[in-house]
Write a protein that binds this ligand. Structure first.
Ligand code: UDP
Length: 238
């Protein structure tokens, strides 16, 4: 499917995308720049919803490897994603965008609980919806949450914003001969263990025929360019 035929997309950002040059946490300027990207895409007429990770604050698996109870650590990771979603919401609202944060773990005084029909309604009202707290379950990741919400919201594609402009044969930051794929099949990503998203997220996209578009979120105006079919990216589809 050509990029320009997408209307509704889910944007997945890792928590690390919010760190900027810091080693940890949330960098205000970086979050404002990301919000600017989302706003440009919205102004171009696309419907957007977002899933933000939590790896800039807390990762359940890493904590479990240090002896933490895995499920408790994962819940902490999910709470980290709520903090990130609130940060992105704040930046979007400062730029005049209408937004809602919906959490898979209900926390009534902070944001709305995730209710699929309500989320659809928000999108119909032209709001940018941010899905926080991942899937609400330990042992999952926000990649899988992104694939799940993209399917539930009937998104035309899942856009994965990274610090490189697509999927490469090897790490382009280390290997000068690395070349970028324009397109890839889901099965190739899975069989070659290419680091696009978690295997469960890729399989969920494959089973629901949702293309995954990997692009560079750090380049100004790039999300809108890729959505318009002009930018550089790798598309994973059947
Ligand atoms: N997490 C979870 N269930 C989910 C989504 C996330 O338990 O459905 C936890 C998990 O501990 C994970 C953390 O939240 O390490 C942060 O999410 P993730 O690592 O996916 O964030 P990203 O790598 O995208 O920043």
């Amino acid at each position: 499917m050509p990029t320009r035929s997408y209307k509704r997309i889910l944007l997945k950002l890792s928590g690390e995308a919010l760190m900027g040059d810091q080693q940890f946490g949330i960098d205000t300027e970086t979050v404002a720049a990301i919000a600017g990207e989302v706003k440009l895409a919205k102004e171009a007429g696309f419907e957007l919803c977002l899933v933000v990770g939590g790896g800039n604050i807390f990762r359940g698996l890493a904590a479990a490897e240090q002896g933490f109870d895995r499920a408790s650590a994962d819940y902490m990771g999910m709470l980290a994603t709520v903090m990130n979603a609130l940060a992105v919401q704040n930046a979007l609202e400062q730029q005049g965008c209408d937004t809602r944060v919906m959490s898979a773990i209900p926390m009534a005084s902070v944001c709305e609980p995730y209710i699929r029909r309500k989320a659809v309604r928000h999108m119909e009202k032209d709001r940018i919806v941010m899905f926080a707290a991942g899937t609400g379950n330990p042992y999952f990741t926000t990649d899988t949450a992104a694939a799940l919400r993209a399917a539930e919201m009937q998104c035309d594609a899942l856009f994965k914003g990274t610090s490189v402009d697509g999927v490469y044969t090897s790490d382009p930051k280390k290997d000068a001969n690395a070349t970028r794929y324009d397109t890839l099949s889901y099965d190739r990503v899975l069989s070659d263990n290419l680091r696009v998203m978690d295997a469960s997220a890729v399989a969920l996209c494959r089973d629901n025929d949702i293309p995954i578009v990997v692009f560079n979120i750090r380049e100004r105006g790039n999300l809108a360019r890729v959505l318009a079919g002009d930018g550089v990216s790798t598309t994973v589809s059947n």
